[in-house]
Design a protein around this ligand. Sequence first.
Ligand SMILES: Cc1cc2nc3c(=O)[nH]c(=O)nc-3n(C[C@H](O)[C@H](O)[C@H](O)COP(=O)(O)OP(=O)(O)OC[C@H]3O[C@@H](n4cnc5c(N)ncnc54)[C@H](O)[C@@H]3O)c2cc1C
Length: 285
Amino acid sequence: MQSFGYEHPEWLGQAVDLLRTHRPHARPLAGGTDLVNRLRDGTLRPHVVVDLKGIAELRPGITQADGRLWISATTVLADLVADERMRTHFPALVTAAGVVGPVQIRNRATLAGNICNASPAADTAPPLLVYRAQVIARGPAGTRSIPIDAFFLGPGKTTLARDELVTAIELPVRDRPVQAAFGRLTRRRGADLATVSVCVSVDGTGSTRIGYGAVGPRPLLATDDSGVLADPATDPATRTSLLARLARATSPVSDVRASQEYRRSMLLVLSQRVLRAAVIGEGEG
Ligand SMILES: Cc1cc2nc3c(=O)[nH]c(=O)nc-3n(C[C@H](O)[C@H](O)[C@H](O)COP(=O)(O)OP(=O)(O)OC[C@H]3O[C@@H](n4cnc5c(N)ncnc54)[C@H](O)[C@@H]3O)c2cc1C
């Protein structure tokens, strides 16, 4: 591993100053479950690593205010999974966070790290798309709020500038929780990255939102406002043909986890399953 400087700022402003001074050779460190591996294998060679865990403003926590749940950047996935408000309002995100790695990883890994890593297979991305998350970022020019759909650019790439940090992820709380479900396919049971993942939400107005993961360079959102997918009485052939049409927006590739053809076929199968689970109000197993 190449040697690097280690900074442990106490305040957010100090962290942003460090990133600005050392850009583009500084990297934020949250749980380190991705970053430390990349430092070890040399795919990332920052001069300075800026640890976010001691920053007063980023202390771990989930708070509710102004109709939103606010998840700070150092909140680990295990705490998100255990939070009753998250379980009530965002069950599909809880399901997805609960399958990220083994428990040792979830005790360390943050939600912010999962999206900043920008893996097309990041499990929390499809539910965050479906639930209309906003990413709160802080940089030298101040704070901005980025809709999650505009956050991912491609593998390992986000809209964040090299001197910007994610400080929190915000989720709008609806009066009545929307029905939603998440499902993924992996090569084996237990800890593995998704070969294909899907999250579906259905709300009272007949709108259906579908978040796709691992089937393109970035997680993707599709919507159906016709009411057809949300209607349990829709005949299966119509439903399947509409799901297939929406899935055409994805661009699966062949890689070590699956071939393009397998991903295409399984995306449709998984979409049908997860849609059914969302419409009848049950989590996908
Ligand atoms: C054994 C194992 C199993 C795994 N299984 C899964 C899985 O099933 N599903 C899955 O989705 N992922 C999986 N992962 C990947 C990883 O655990 C997750 O992506 C995790 O959520 C990353 O969070 P972290 O806090 O550890 O991020 P870190 O490793 O600290 O950081 C990841 C990246 O994000 C940047 N970053 C972190 N926080 C911020 C911030 N606030 N602002 C700006 N940039 C930031 C870092 O600079 C780095 O580039 C697995 C990893 C391992 C090692």
